[in-house]
Design a binder for this molecule. Structure first.
Ligand SMILES: [Zn+2]
Ligand SMILES: [Zn+2]
Length: 500
């Protein structure tokens, strides 16, 4: 049955889907110039192609036009390609090793940050650029100390030591840091009682802890931390007047960071991460996924708009790996039920995190039904609610063992969307580039190639040492380091992923 457009067009929540692209002719774009002054590297963490596709299909369904990134793909002035994403030890990477390939140009063991298991530290983008007086910034919806921003900057044997990573940022001199993670900066929450907020202020940083404080920042260096842990899912954020007041969006943080970084003779490098796409995919949470991808694309628009105006900025838009391969399936006679299934996202007002927090640990079936209908707009059957109240029917599956997987399978009856797991995947990932030097991202490129491609714009050449998988494994075996010691297993298999 075809969906009635009128029934879903009222969903103002999805209004950001209709972002307009400028109509540039080739002559107005970067032309023959190969060297950029600035690079903005945008990461939709854990974005499988199904995520991009569903946001585009939803946009066409609700607004009659493509989504922002999908429309960008068709412009003459961009180059599109794929990146392969493996780490040193696996064809399926984690975010720390993935970001480190960009940050240092080397493959390392999953869970580490720009460091080999013998302690060899690799020089990172922000370290090398800082020495050359290039300004640098990291913006994310995760904790600022999380794997992806840290991968451009920090050396650490494990991504899990976020209090340590916070101290590394102070030492690094990165100019603009924005995201979540108060617990890693606040003296009352750090086990060493160090007041990193004061230390950053003494080092000349404006410190902002709310949207209002962020908008008021003047000066050239800032630490903006807007949540104790990760920033909220966009679906929860935009449905809470309090969060809308207190917490900036990814697009707002990106705009502020660009305003602060631009204008120096040496240029700047900015990483923008939409982190919660990955978290939602780990949790098989469709509303979390779709809305955060929309929020990410709004931040990409900020970057592209600046680059068009500036004319000397390379913008790269990609992801570090796929995650859970969400996809809209054919359903019903002639597959005619699929669109109506996807359109149910327009009625969803909550992430799984918020729903499960409300439900508590052992909710009764009736309460489960009531909460799902209130938050997600779907009246599941009593027997489906019973499945959620009891032991997981997939308890023996390594991919579907958690409560969130059970919920996603049940909701799949209505949304027609299913997931292959709650884990990262090995897919090659989409990469779109705009501006001088975009050609380097054409075709299928290895993730490690981005490091040299970015540095070349600032006329810097640097080769980090290499280590093979066999060498790394020998060192790890001698030290008796196991996967999981670095927190990787916990990260990948969290029931509802908060991905700390
Ligand atoms: Zn990731
Ligand atoms: Zn992840």
């Amino acid at each position: 049955m075809a969906i009635s457009r009128r029934s879903v067009l009222g969903a103002g929540a999805l209004g950001a889907l209709g972002l307009a692209l400028p109509n540039l002719s080739l002559g107005q774009s970067d032309g023959e110039k190969r060297r950029a002054k600035n690079v903005i590297f945008c990461v939709s963490d854990g974005m499988s192609l199904g995520t991009l596709s569903m946001v585009d299909q939803l946009s066409r369904l609700l607004h009659g036009r493509p989504s922002y990134w999908a429309e960008l793909l068709n412009q003459e002035y961009v180059v599109n390609g794929f990146q392969e994403t493996r780490s040193l030890n696996s064809v399926v990477t984690d975010s720390a090793a993935a970001a480190s390939t960009w940050g240092s140009g080397r493959r390392i063991w999953s869970g580490a940050l720009n460091e080999f298991p013998d302690g060899t530290k690799l020089r990172t983008l922000t370290q090398l650029l800082g020495e050359a007086k290039v300004r640098t910034g990291l913006v994310t919806t995760a904790t600022i100390t999380h794997a992806t921003p840290a991968g451009f900057c920090v050396n650490a044997p494990t991504r899990d030591n976020q209090p340590f990573i916070a101290t590394q940022y102070l030492a690094s001199g990165v100019d603009v840091l924005m995201g979540g993670g108060t617990q890693y900066f606040d003296a009352s929450k750090r086990t060493d009682k160090r007041d990193l907020f004061s230390d950053f202020a003494k080092a000349g940083y404006a410190v902002a802890k709310s949207r209002e404080e962020m908008l008021a920042i003047e000066g050239s260096k800032a630490l903006g931390i807007y949540s104790n842990s990760h920033l909220p899912y966009w679906v929860d954020h935009m449905n809470s007047p309090e969060l809308m007041r207190s917490t900036p969006t990814l697009a707002e943080m990106s705009r502020k960071a660009i305003d602060m970084l631009k204008g120096s003779d040496q240029g700047f490098l900015l990483q923008i991460e939409g982190a919660k796409i990955d978290h939602a995919a780990h949790g098989n949470d469709l509303a979390g996924l779709i809305y955060d991808q929309i929020a990410f694309e709004a931040a990409v628009k900020v970057a592209i708009d600046f680059a068009i105006e500036d004319g000397e900025t390379l913008v790269v838009i990609t992801t570090d790996h796929g995650n859970a391969s969400p996809t809209l399936n054919g359903a019903g006679a002639g597959y005619g039920d699929s669109e109506a299934g996807l359109a149910r996202v327009a009625k969803m007002k909550s992430s799984y995190d918020r729903l499960f927090t409300e439900l508590g640990t052992e909710p009764k079936a009736a309460k489960i039904r009531e909460s799902i209908e209130a938050h997600l707009g779907i009246a599941i059957k009593p027997e489906e609610a019973e499945l959620l109240a009891g032991k997981s029917p997939f308890a023996s599956s390594i991919f579907y063992g958690g409560r969130n997987a059970t919920l996603s399978v049940i909701l799949g009856n209505y949304t027609k969307v299913t997931w292959t797991s709650g884990n990262h995947t090995s897919d090659h990932v989409l990469c779109t580039a705009f501006g001088p030097g975009k050609e380097a991202f054409h075709g299928l490129t290895p993730n490690v190639a981005s490091f040299a491609n970015i540095l070349a714009h600032y006329d810097i050449r640097h080769e980090n040492p290499k280590m093979t998988y066999e060498e790394a494994k020998k060192i790890r075996d001698a030290k008796n380091v196991k996967d999981g010691d670095g927190g990787l297993a916990a990260h990948l298999h969290a029931d509802v992923c908060d991905c700390d």
